[in-house]
Design a protein around this ligand. Structure first.
Ligand code: FAD
Length: 436
């Protein structure tokens, strides 16, 4: 079989290359940036800090993936028990909040419990959107106080504008006993779907790609700008034109579709309706490690600049110089719902100010490092336009034989393991077609 073209060098691209490599099929990977890795890129700075492109940990439950990743880092990984919490109006609440209501203002607590009990009895027949789902699952008061507020910060749109087909295990649905126990007692069992995680011991999350880098030919600085499905050629921004027999793409669909010669107007329009958040990732290094007990924290208050915080020095101690600590803040925007209104660097000062406001940074802390990075495609937004638009786009790609994969090819809320597997499946489709 001829060499297969893979567009994009993230987890999905490497999953595809790995599957082909296992069958003895050669592939060439084209990546627009001057380094490979996509979202799993890690940046190692001269001062000894290591930051990923947004916090990345591996919490896959799939044994095969666990083994593959462990093999890729030659068994050098950290195994960490996760502690996760929430910050709401000056209080730190163990995650998930619905099971840890102890200590909330009494009137609020009363209303949450009352509504939760009502919701248990009030079985809604049909759920039209995420807001209705939240109210049915947790009752009105909890839904409005916590997840609906978080939705606006994280997904940049309201829960009433979102579907529910992305939830999976993400939102824990407790029993009445669990809610009551959490309301009455300060300590509760751990029920979060991520109880532990793994992270490479050295050089950040990108180390997980170590073994796979050798399984394909990687061509950097190759940004796809045009694709002719009839002539089967790809044009890159560096001027090169390459013909392909089979192509696998992890390029985000809203970018890919307008590049395809002859793409019908309705397909292009549908691709532009697909919504995704943009993240500004602010990384901060400081001169002490005892910042927090939490591996990550969700922030609900709209007047706090960031949505989620994580602590890279608690993923691997080698992510910081000895004795130091690090924080990564995620701040969310989206072209469709909340356009970025400043340069990424302009997010650093408000993040630092709010880290002080919530008490994680002290006035006497020395900030040894700070940086802001823009992640143009962060989380797919499951708004009410998504399903119909995606059907049109995927239908067209199937018709012209472009094998899409990954978070932004499938246009789904999938993690690194699922993206890798999505790439493997795209490769398998080609292998099946050729052999069948
Ligand atoms: C802030 C954040 C935190 C996350 N945390 C976790 C976590 O803790 N654990 C976890 O498992 N998952 C996490 N994820 C999800 C994870 O990042 C993705 O599931 C996975 O990395 C997606 O891989 P991918 O290959 O599909 O996409 P990407 O990694 O985006 O790869 C796509 C590649 O295509 C390239 N490309 C784009 N356009 C072109 C073009 N025109 N020509 C050529 N190349 C192009 C891009 O440069 C990129 O390298 C997180 C995601 C975000 C945004």
């Amino acid at each position: 079989m001829k060499r297969i073209a893979i567009l994009g060098s993230g987890m999905a691209g490497f999953g595809a290359a790995h599957r082909l490599h296992n069958e003895g099929v050669a592939s060439t990977m084209y990546e627009k940036r001057s380094h490979h890795g996509g979202h799993t890129t890690s940046y190692k700075y001269e001062n000894g800090f290591v930051f990923d492109e947004g916090p990345h940990i591996s919490f896959t439950k799939i044994e095969r993936m666990k083994n593959l990743l462990a093999e890729s880092v030659k068994q050098e990984y950290q195994e960490v028990s996760a502690y996760v919490n929430n910050y709401w109006k000056g209080r730190w609440i163990k995650h998930p909040a619905q099971c840890n209501l102890h200590g909330l203002p009494r009137e609020l607590l009363m209303n949450i419990l009352k509504d939760f009990i009502h919701a248990l009895h009030d079985k809604t027949e049909s759920i039209a959107n995420y807001e209705e789902w939240l109210i049915a699952a947790f009752g009105k008061t909890f839904a409005e106080t916590f997840p609906m507020e978080y939705t606006v910060k994280y997904h940049t749109t309201t829960a009433s504008n979102m579907s529910t087909d992305w939830l999976g295990p993400r939102l824990y649905q407790p029993s009445l006993e669990e809610v009551l126990q959490g309301a009455l007692y300060p300590s509760t069992p751990d029920v979060h779907y991520i109880s532990d995680f793994r992270y490479p011991t050295y050089n950040g999350f990108i180390s997980y790609l170590g073994m796979f880098e050798k399984q394909t030919e990687i061509k950097l600085d190759h940004a796809l700008i045009g694709l002719d499905p009839k002539k089967k050629t790809m044009t890159f921004s560096n001027g090169s034109v390459v013909s392909y027999e089979h192509v696998i793409s992890s390029v985000p669909l809203p970018d890919l579709i307008p590049m395809i010669q002859g793409a019908p107007k309705d397909v292009v329009e549908a691709s532009q309706k697909l919504a995704c958040s943009t993240a500004v990732i602010v990384s901060v290094g400081i001169n002490r490690a005892d910042i927090t007990d939490a591996h990550w924290t969700y922030f609900y208050d709209r007047d706090i600049f960031f949505t989620r915080l994580s602590t890279p020095h608690m993923q691997s101690p080698n992510n910081v110089p000895s004795g130091c600590g690090s924080i990564q803040a995620e701040c969310y925007y989206s072209p469709k719902y909340r356009p970025l209104d400043r340069k990424p660097e302009a997010c650093i000062a408000p993040v630092i100010a709010d880290l002080k406001k919530v008490g994680l940074l002290r006035e006497d802390d020395m900030i040894l490092f700070s940086d802001a990075k823009l992640v143009s495609y962060a989380n797919v937004i499951f708004d009410l336009d998504r399903a119909a638009s995606l059907k049109v786009v995927h239908g067209y790609l199937d018709e012209i034989g472009i094998n899409y994969c990954g978070r932004y090819g499938e246009w789904a809320y999938i993690w690194t393991d699922e993206s890798f597997i999505s790439g493997e499946k795209a490769a398998q489709r080609i292998l099946d077609r050729v052999s069948g």
